[in-house]
Ligand binder design. Structure first.
Ligand code: GTP
Ligand code: MG
Length: 429
């Protein structure tokens, strides 16, 4: 299951103020009070729609404000009501305020008023009495309800990307969706799952990209099979294979074996196979690789030559995936159900995991770097290999850590430590 979250500030409209006014009539010295009432402020209303499936939009417009009511005016004219703001949210959105659930939007078209507009104030026409003939008072409009709301969306991805490290999974996701996963020409670039929404023919697919698998993943090799949990409930798998592999059939079978040792249900999922990076290869070679693959894939599984770089074959793959997803969901409705103990991936989890800090430890004379992602890299670095350490230096540079170290006065021979790992020098000595 994927939980997508957003924080928005919600403000309903303020009610219009009541007016203070007196009739002015010819020959009447002092007319009675005729100040009208203020109009009610608009509500903020959430509407569930099946046409959305992420909360991504709310990252760019986190302020949801309904219109204020207009003040009353003379001749008992009431002010106009503020217009309510209707906000479309995906089905499955839960809205909480201070930890309390205030809306659970499950059905298409369902509407919930999450913030009520303030009532308009009474004009002075209301405040006349036998002792108070000329009330010079009117109410102010009430403030609308206003607060920070937490939105949480719970849904299942449609497609899970599997394959060896470096097969091009994250590149595929970056080309078909608005996700911006990290991409690089070394294994295990992806350390945590990414999620993206791919649009195809006026519908969309939610796609999950996970770290690459290797032989022995089910016994914990590489990053292990831990991340397969994230694609366990997806309806369809997209298995990507690098067209530059020496033995594409073996590549395919290795991954299938790992899937099978992980779970019967996962290996039984409908699968689409993509031969990636095809744009630079001769047709004969591509045909040969396709033929090799077709020998080993189960009948009924289609193999597509694609290139994310050149945008070749991408639409075809998405269409095929969509058809397979539709079919799978019809046959296995439980795939569409969300239960609460599923694993959680957050859209845009990149930002948080990529944050880091550099601090200089005076007593030890060591620059200490901390941060989720860089520490993960450091834990996987073999410090006895100078190339591995150089790669770590490279990654630090790309994440902007190198720049910060220089800014803090680090020189080439300064000593660096990442998390609780071994120390090394800033520049190779
Ligand atoms: N020529 C070419 N290169 C590609 C294509 N797709 C991906 N690549 C390259 O292949 C390398 C690996 O791509 P990634 O998308 O990071 O691979 P991945 O499968 O996500 O790798 P991990 O996250 O390590 O599992 C990068 O250098 C990409 O630029 C393609 O269509 N054509
Ligand atoms: Mg990747």
């Amino acid at each position: 299951m994927f939980v997508d979250t957003a924080t928005v500030s919600v403000s309903a409209g303020k009610g219009g103020d009541g007016a203070v006014s007196f009739r002015h009539e010819i020959y009447v010295d002092k007319g009675g009070p005729d100040g009208g009432d203020g109009g009610k402020g608009g509500d903020v209303i959430f509407v569930a729609t099946e046409n959305l499936n992420t909360l991504l939009d709310f990252r760019y417009k986190p302020e949801l404000k309904a219109q204020d009511g207009v003040a009353g005016s003379k001749r008992k004219r009431a002010g106009r009501m503020g217009e309510s703001l209707y906000v479309k949210v995906p089905m499955g959105t839960v809205v909480t305020r201070d930890g309390v659930t205030i809306a659970d939007l499950t059905d298409n078209g369902q509407e919930v008023v999450v913030a009520k507009g303030g009532d308009g104030g009474f004009g002075n026409a209301h405040f006349t009495s036998s002792t108070r003939q000329t009330p010079r008072m009117a109410e102010l409009g009430e403030l609308g309800d206003s607060f920070e709301a937490e939105l949480e969306l719970k849904l299942l991805a449609d497609v899970g990307l599997v394959g060896f490290p470096n097969a091009g999974k994250s590149t595929f996701l970056s080309v078909v969706s608005n996700a911006r996963p990290e991409i690089a020409d070394y294994a295990f670039t992806t350390l945590t799952p990414n999620l993206g929404v791919a649009d195809i023919d006026s519908t969309s697919l939610l796609i999950a990209d996970i770290p690459g698998l290797i032989e022995g993943a089910s016994q914990g090799k590489g990053l292990g099979d831990a991340f397969l949990r994230h694609v366990e409930r997806t309806a369809v798998l997209l298995h990507l294979i690098d067209a530059y592999s020496n033995d594409v059939a073996a590549a395919y079978t290795t991954i299938r074996n790992e899937l099978a040792s992980y779970s019967d249900t996962l290996v039984g999922r409908p699968e689409v196979v993509g031969l990636t990076k095809c744009e630079g290869l001769d047709t004969e070679i591509i045909d040969m690789q396709l033929a090799e693959l077709r020998k080993v894939v189960p009948s009924g599984t289609t193999v597509y030559p694609i290139s994310a770089l050149a945008h070749h074959g991408i639409k075809e793959v998405l269409r095929e995936l969509y058809q397979q997803v539709e079919l799978a969901r019809k046959q296995k409705p439980e795939l569409a159900e969300v239960d609460d103990d599923q694993v959680v991936i957050t859209l845009n989890n990149r930002a948080r995991s990529e944050q880091w800090q550099v601090e200089f430890d005076e007593s030890a004379q060591v620059y200490v770097v901390t941060g989720e992602k860089i520490e993960k890299f450091a834990r996987r670095t073999n410090y006895d290999q100078y190339e591995s350490v150089n790669r770590l230096r490279d990654i630090m540079r790309r994440l902007g850590i190198g720049h910060e170290l220089t800014r803090q006065g680090a020189a080439g021979d300064s000593v660096i430590r990442i998390g609780h790992n071994r120390t090394f020098t800033f520049v190779e000595q």
